[in-house]
Design a protein around this ligand. Structure first.
Ligand SMILES: Cc1cc2nc3c(=O)[nH]c(=O)nc-3n(C[C@H](O)[C@H](O)[C@H](O)COP(=O)(O)O)c2cc1C
Ligand code: SF4
Ligand code: SF4
Length: 263
């Protein structure tokens, strides 16, 4: 496949999608440009990039409820290609990828890209350190590097329909009840502001990270604030969250799933 530049386009609350995308970018030994649209100020659809025939685009997104997260739809929908080869990677927390990767494939093919390969790969589930908490590990990232080298060694033709697994029509999205499971902040907080500055929804106040800047129900439970806090001050302490966590750990905490790649 001929291309001059590798473009990593990703949303990544807890760095799972980012780590996979960067491992692929690094493996190709070409110029790499990153479009990280995780935080609101980087997610203006009017500023979404357009790509040409000399680009390779690797789109990496977390999977929420077996679909593309709503928070990603506008920006991803504004990306433009010009017969640009594209690889779609969905990252998921050891439950299932369901229809998210075919949804990514369909969106990108409809927007001028040519989807040449895809993957459904495992990372720490947002809700628990006990669900794939160590992933992606070194073997996952080596696998991602090997995969992308195989992809670019090929001709760069559109993947035949049905190669990437998933259903069309896609599974229904769960009805969006307002989220009441929210992170709290302990006295250990040192006001470093990392949580507020990296929160994908901007719900944590930038004046006081113990407070919410806007309607807290916008919180995605993405766990970015919990994972990134350097002193362990952010946590989901509500009993109802712990119940959800326990349910998920029992339902799909084990065994660790294998990464799937389609090319
Ligand atoms: C609201 C929500 C819904 C999720 N739904 C799923 C799911 O359907 N299947 C799954 O295996 N993991 C699910 N996850 C886990 C994430 O897909 C997983 O942790 C992902 O790798 C996080 O990637 P990121 O760090 O790049 O954002 C969900 C996470 C959240 C916050
Ligand atoms: S407050 Fe909610 S949306 Fe913001 S980083 Fe924490 S879990 Fe994610
Ligand atoms: S990341 Fe942790 S220490 Fe820093 S402001 Fe947020 S809660 Fe406080």
């Amino acid at each position: 496949m001929e291309f001059k530049k590798v473009n990593l386009v990703y949303f990544s609350a807890t760095d799972v999608s980012k780590k996979y995308a960067q491992a692929m970018g690094k493996a190709l030994e070409k110029e790499v440009v990153e479009f990280d649209f995780t935080v609101p100020e980087n997610r203006d659809p009017a500023k979404a990039p357009a790509f040409g025939k000399d680009d390779l685009v690797i789109l990496a997104l977390p999977i929420y409820g077996g679909r593309i997260p709503n928070i990603c739809l506008e920006y991803v929908g504004a990306l433009k290609g010009d017969e640009t080869p594209c690889v779609v990677i969905g990252t998921y927390g050891n439950r299932h990828y369901d229809d998210a990767v075919v949804e990514m494939e369909d969106m990108m093919n409809a927007q001028g890209f040519v989807v040449v390969a895809g993957g459904a790969v495992v990372g720490r589930h947002s809700f628990s350190d006990n669900i794939a908490g160590h992933r992606p590990d070194a073997a996952d990232l080596e696998g991602a590097a090997e995969f992308i080298k195989l992809v670019v060694a090929k001709e760069g033709k559109k993947l035949p329909d049905g190669t990437i697994l998933g259903n069309r029509p896609y599974k229904e999205k769960a009805a969006g009840a307002p989220n009441v499971l929210l992170p709290s902040t302990s006295d250990a907080c040192i006001d470093c502001m990392l949580c507020a500055n990296t929160c994908p929804t901007g719900v944590i106040s930038k004046e006081n990270p113990r407070e919410f800047a806007k309607d807290a129900s916008f919180c995605l439970r993405c766990n970015s604030c919990y994972v990134k806090c350097p002193v362990g001050a952010k946590a989901f302490t509500q009993e109802a969250f712990k119940k959800t966590q326990e349910f998920c750990e029992n339902a799909f905490g084990k065994p660790d799933k294998e990464n799937l790649y389609w090319l």
